[in-house]
Design a binder for this molecule. Sequence first.
Ligand SMILES: *Cc1c(COP(=O)(O)O)cnc(C)c1O
Length: 292
Amino acid sequence: MRSAYNTFNLENSVEQKLDFPLFLEKGVEVFIKRDDLIHPIVSGNKWRKLKYNIIKAQTENKNHLVTFGGAYSNHLLATACAGAVLGLKTTGFVRGEEEVEDNHYLFLSRLYGMNIIRVTRADYKDKHTLYNQYFATDPSAYFVDEGGSGTEGEMGCSELVTELQSKYDCLLLAIGTGATIGGIANGLKLNSMSSKLIGIDVLKGIERPELTNSGIELFSDYHFGGYGKYSNELLEFIKYFVSNTGILIDQVYTAKMFFGLFDLIKKDYFGRGSQILAIHTGGNLGILSLVQ
Ligand SMILES: *Cc1c(COP(=O)(O)O)cnc(C)c1O
């Protein structure tokens, strides 16, 4: 297997200061950690979550990553691309066979050489059964859970805190499964760092006791109707943010985080003098779903 480390360089994830009039007015300093710059396709938390899965596959001499996702999954595409870079075979089980046409995610995943298997929503529910049905007898196959979640995924995410260039009062990021923020919470604990951790939930109506019990502050009012849903207000915000920074954000994850951050600053949630780090978790290709 080829080495990952020339291509996926965590040092590309720099921290930059953001300047908006609102921040000046409220006396807060906002920085962004550019995990979106780790790689144009294998971006953000998806490389962090894949890293130790791939290392584990490698130590077990397995060269075929088998994973799972929806038709708009950043994880599926990241796995396809990482496999192409590293010389690994990839298979992706895609939830829901009713969408007949490939979208841009599936087009790119196939281009990177991923074997796509579409399954019904019902079959998709039991991933281990699916895996065993197709790959029980393939000694090279390695199971990577949906989104790269699990022990290895969280380990990769926990490393993020060791890269930080400054002591921030708060770290803030978008939450899907919660694996990334869970990993970061572990990283803070392991390194005795006291930054407050804030999650903006992009899903609607999910209780997450495992996160709130570990001291994470959760905001669940910025989902805009649920996963993948958005409003004109969110689209206007994306335009405002992108045209004033040159930094892409997407309507599924990072725009909801930044919208939430701006709103919390407006409502004086953060004290004057606060230093806040927003983590850009990548996923910029999601914005292309808005193209008619
Ligand atoms: C997958 C993803 C998330 C959510 O990460 P979880 O570990 O599932 O909480 C956030 N942002 C982007 C851009 C993603 O692709």
